[in-house]
Design a protein around this ligand. Sequence first.
Ligand SMILES: [Zn+2]
Ligand SMILES: [Zn+2]
Ligand SMILES: [Zn+2]
Length: 176
Amino acid sequence: MTSGSPIAPEDATTPVGFSRHDHASCVVDGLSAAEVRCNREGLRFTPVRRKVLEILLQEHRALGAYVILDRLRDEGFGSQPPVAYRALDFLVSNGLAHKIERLNAFIACAHPGETHAPAFMICRMCDSVAEAQSTPARGALGAAARATGFRIERTVVEAEGVCPTCAEKPAEDVRA
Ligand SMILES: [Zn+2]
Ligand SMILES: [Zn+2]
Ligand SMILES: [Zn+2]
């Protein structure tokens, strides 16, 4: 869990989102926001669902289901794939996590409790992911939808590029 220090130690090998921040509070705040939502909406925040969200919150990087399953097994939560898939289904369908289609992987939501259209910035070098808000209804897509009478229910915005940490790395670190 956390070290008790309010500021997480710098770890150059671990992506911590695209900006420096107090990462310990990402995990603590994320779990407590999820708890509040589940209580308010009568959702069952079971130990395995909580553990999967905690695993996702520990990284600002999308994790594949098999990686999550490995970590669950390490933590003594059993090794049946349906356990991980059902927990991920719960988190995604209740907006506590998102699926990154491009990577076929999952990330904890950065704004649980708010209705939002997420947009993701995905680093193609280190797979770190940052969540932003998209407002497709106000953009060109929204205008096209209104013009044709189409009602948008869901949009997926996934931008691929290079994060600031990778952009700063000297060229000799970049190997194929
Ligand atoms: Zn963080
Ligand atoms: Zn989100
Ligand atoms: Zn990167």
